[in-house]
Design a protein around this ligand. Sequence first.
Ligand code: IFM
Length: 407
Amino acid sequence: MIQFPKNFYWGAATSSYQVEGNNANADWWPWEAQAGKERSGLACRHYEFYESDFDLVKSLNHNAHRLSIEWSRIEPREGEFSKEALQHYVNVLMTLRVRGIEPMVTLHHFTNPIWFSESGGWLNPLCVKRFLRYCDFVVRELSRHVHFWFTINEPTVYFSHAYLWGMWPPQEKSIFKMKAVCDYLNDAHIEAYRLIHKIYQEINIAPPAVSIAHHMQAIVGCDQSLKNRFAVAIRRQLYNLQILDYLTRHKALDFIGVNYYSRHLAHAHSWWIGNLLMETCQEKHHPLKKNSLGWDIYPEGLGTVLLDLKDYKLPVIIAENGICTGDDNERWEYIQSHLKNVHLSLQQGVNVTGYLYWSLMDNFEWAHGFGPRFGLINIDYNTQQRTVRDSAKKFAEVCKTGILEVI
Ligand code: IFM
């Protein structure tokens, strides 16, 4: 049996575009059609059903819930801010609060308003100013209901998928553009961090806790060769730590939000920089169970990643951790094995203060559509019926007691 600290945050995460439905003013909406992808359409209709969804959250003993605000609803056309959309999110937050659930709010989770993308997106020198204008509008109104903010979800995933690998809109494939977007996103976070703190000071409420949700992988060498050890060291710095070093140097993190799913098995066949930075092992000599998207399941990696964060001396919230699978037993195994590693890291002195499973419910998994099932709650997309999975019920016991009965 392992016991987690009192006051630990337990819950699950979602993002607006993936669950709300009908986000027709976001850049992904036309892109799905152009790129011939499955359409997000009505998704889980969470925009309408959030109250009953939060009843389920409550019944599952979650005391925290992460959600995101859809910028394209708030500002559907440049400079035109929707009071109605804002009020919707006030209602959402109040619905959580009356159920005793702490909201954790993301301001940017991969999607942008169409007008923003059409005018250059995150490559337009005005992007940071535009993002801040939206943040200002939202944070002033929502500040009374929110303590925890995530400015940007997984900046490294966003700029690499959208600007280097060409997999997401705007499908750029340029290392220079990616670098420019990386710099703008860092600036956007730092400026938003300062703005959020300034607003709380002006309104005279207790200071907020602001971070990014940073995607971290366990970076492991395929063998102990000098090349691979070197590859692991530079990738660990570049992919996992660099952004945190930069943001802490600018004093722009109150805690660290970590999204952890899998490992990255480095194998560089040559000393060429491209191989050192990117080549992964294609052999089958380290077989691990995989999720339905083919990602390795590697629970001990969460422990390693958390230990790497100890030196930052900041609280850590696991803002996402989860598995897509058709077998719900695997989901419970995944949760248990990852929680064991969270507990280990607590014993090693890492100040982990919360764990949010990804995701509360099955949802639109970006370019993969609705196939992957990450949810604690099953969604029947024909009827929109919600069914709580067994793994969710078992996790609910942990949320209630703070105790994991280990096998
Ligand atoms: O669904 C995504 C989420 O939007 C960001 N983090 C990873 C999840 C699973 O791919």
